[in-house]
Write a protein that binds this ligand. Structure first.
Ligand code: ZN
Length: 289
């Protein structure tokens, strides 16, 4: 059975560690994350991405994760990442997601707060947790080759501490994603997190704080962010990068196009699990179950 994110994040907040949250796009990624969490005795926080959830994808991926959770003894949460549409959130709740993110971060404050409050009301009536975003985490290199490369300066869209307490009061949101200098995707240059800004936010916010764009951020900066109040860190590029690199190497070495996928994915599986385990250990969620 899937659980909501609430207890997971509250325990992390109380005990000063963070949970890595992994977007899973297919069976192999899901399996790697669940097995690594089980072996490390960590709560498992998996996320679904809109790009994978079109058409029947929503029901199929949700059913897969929901059923799979029965075969693991650690708690499993399935969280919808970056939804911008209330109707889609309703469909995701119906499909079985136990937690959702509503991302109104490009909207003006009042509109973001109003939409988030409505979604929180709906989600709480179904026992589902909600994460929202205040400030805006932009994109480095994401998606397909040649896609969006961030030109804007992340400093321009940092979360404003003055807005945080009011946002929480209006929305009653369960977790808040903030912008303190990270970006989604693969960085062109190493980010520098604004820990000073994080401290100002932590001082006025009584909800768990979330960092997006965790992939490629140096471990020492992640650890500092956790010490200063971050309790969930989203990871995608590091895991998908491990999978794709291993597949590229493997496919170059085989001659027969009808080679079994079980063999083609062999190294990808091992390398994804290594990445997942290293995040669980670095963020301190290993051994919590
Ligand atoms: Zn994100």
């Amino acid at each position: 059975m899937l659980v909501s994110m609430k207890e997971m994040l509250e325990d992390a907040r109380k005990n000063h560690y963070a949970l890595p949250a992994f977007d899973v796009s297919n069976y192999e990624m899901m399996k790697a994350v669940l097995e690594a969490c089980e072996e490390e005795r960590s709560p498992a926080l998996l996320m679904g991405l809109g790009v994978d959830l079109g058409g029947k994808g929503l029901d199929l991926i949700t059913s897969m994760v929901k059923e799979a959770s029965r075969f693991f003894s650690v708690p499993v949460c399935f969280h919808l990442d970056h939804a911008t549409d209330f109707e889609f959130i309703k469909a995701a709740a119906k499909a079985g997601f136990s937690s959702v993110m509503y991302d109104g971060s490009v909207l003006p404050f009042e509109e973001n707060a109003k939409n988030t409050a409505e979604i929180v009301k709906f989600a709480h009536s179904k026992g589902i947790t909600v994460e929202a975003e205040l400030g805006h985490v932009g994109n480095a290199m994401v998606g397909n080759e040649g896609d969006s490369v961030m030109n804007e300066d992340p400093e321009d869209t940092l979360t404003l501490p003055d807005e945080v307490a009011r946002f929480v009061e209006i929305t009653d949101v369960d977790a808040l994603a903030i912008a303190i200098g990270t970006a989604h995707g693969v960085y062109k240059k190493t980010p520098t997190l604004r820990i000073d800004r994080l401290d100002e936010i932590t001082a006025v916010c009584d909800r768990p704080l979330v960092l997006h764009g965790g992939s490629g951020t140096p471990d020492d900066q992640m650890k500092a962010a956790i010490r200063h109040g971050i309790t969930k860190i989203n990871i995608y590029s590091d895991v998908v990068g491990a999978m794709n690199s291993a597949l590229l190497n493997k496919l170059k070495s085989i001659q027969n196009p009808s080679t079994w996928p079980a063999f083609v994915f062999e190294d990808a599986r091992v390398q994804m699990k290594e990445v997942v385990k290293s995040k669980l250990r670095t963020f301190g969620s290993s051994g919590r179950i």
